[in-house]
Ligand binder design. Structure first.
Ligand code: UDP
Ligand code: MG
Length: 241
C-alpha cells in the first residue's frame, strides 16, 4: 500500500438505507481496491429502524477498513455527518450519500481541486460541465433552484449547488468547522460552507455526474421549510467576527 498518497476517510450517513446501501458499498469497494491508497469507511447509522446496520456489518469482512457508528435516534443527515467526521482519521475526508448519486469515480476530480489549493471541493449539479442523466422529479429540481437563489442572496453568493451530497475536505478545515455546526438536518451543508468561507477557507465547486436515485429521505414540504428557516438560523447563530 502506498504511503505517498494522503489517507482518505469516506463518511456515509445512512438512514433506513437497506435497499440502497449494499450496491453503494460494493461500488466503493470495487473502486478503492483498484487504487494503491490507504482509506477507511465510516458508516454512520442515523437511528435506522430497518436492516441498515446489519447490512453494513455484513459487509465489514469485505471492506475491512469500515467502521459502523450508530446514533441512538434519528437526528438528521447533518448530525450523522458530523459524528462521522469527528471519528475520521484521514488527511482527506469525503462525505457521500448512501445512494451514491454522485459516482465514486468523481472523487478524482475533487481530489485534484484540493491538490491545487482548495480546502474544500464540492460536487455540483448547478454549474456548466455537470451531467445529470437521471434527473430529480420536476418539483424537487424547482425547489432546489429556488433554494439556491435564496442561499446565494442570503448567505453564500457564488455557490450554485450547496446540496450535492459529495464533498471533500482537507483535514484541518474539517476539524475547524464541523465541531461548530448547529444544524442537524439537510441545511447543514449551507452552514458548513458558510463557516468554511468565514474562516478563510477556499471552496472549489466542481461539476459532477449525478444520478437521481429512488427512495429519497427528503420530505419536500417539511424539509424545505426547515431548510429555509435554517438559512436565517445560520445567520443569527454565527453573527459577529
Ligand atoms: N440521511 C440521514 N438522516 C436522515 C435523512 C437522510 O443520514 O434523517 C442520509 C441518507 O441516508 C442519505 C443522505 O442523507 O445517505 C441523503 O439523503 P437522500 O438520498 O434521501 O437525499 P436526496 O438525494 O433526496 O436529496
Ligand atoms: Mg439521494
Amino acid at each position: 500500500m502506498s504511503t505517498s498518497q494522503p489517507k482518505l476517510s469516506i463518511v456515509i450517513p445512512a438512514y433506513n438505507e437497506e435497499l440502497r446501501l449494499l450496491k453503494t458499498l460494493q461500488a466503493i469497494d470495487e473502486y478503492l481496491s483498484g487504487l494503491p491508497r490507504k482509506y477507511e469507511i465510516i458508516l454512520v447509522d442515523d437511528g435506522s429502524s430497518d436492516r441498515t446496520v446489519e447490512i453494513a456489518r455484513g459487509f465489514t469482512p469485505v471492506l475491512g477498513s469500515m467502521r459502523v457508528l450508530k446514533s441512538r435516534c434519528n437526528l438528521g443527515k447533518g448530525a450523522a455527518v458530523r459524528q462521522g467526521i469527528a471519528a475520521a482519521r484521514g488527511d482527506l475526508i469525503l462525505f457521500s450519500d448512501a445512494d451514491l448519486s454522485t459516482p465514486i469515480q468523481e472523487l478524482a476530480q475533487l481530489e485534484k481541486a484540493v491538490q491545487e489549493g482548495a480546502d474544500v471541493a464540492i460536487g455540483s449539479r448547478g454549474i456548466s460541465g455537470a451531467r445529470v442523466p437521471t434527473r430529480q422529479p420536476f418539483y424537487r429540481e424547482l425547489m432546489g433552484k429556488i433554494f439556491n437563489r435564496l442561499v446565494q442572496v442570503i448567505i453564500l453568493p457564488g455557490i450554485h449547488d450547496t446540496q450535492c451530497g459529495f464533498k471533500l475536505f482537507k483535514r484541518p478545515i474539517a476539524r475547524a468547522v464541523f465541531p461548530k455546526l448547529t444544524i442537524n438536518g439537510f441545511g447543514f451543508d449551507v452552514e458548513t460552507l458558510y463557516l468554511v468561507r468565514r474562516s478563510g477557507g477556499r471552496i472549489a465547486e466542481i461539476p459532477v455526474e449525478w444520478h437521481n436515485a429512488r427512495g429519497s429521505k427528503v420530505s419536500p414540504l417539511r424539509d424545505a421549510l426547515r431548510m429555509l428557516t435554517d438559512l436565517f438560523r445560520i445567520r443569527m447563530r454565527h453573527r459577529g467576527p
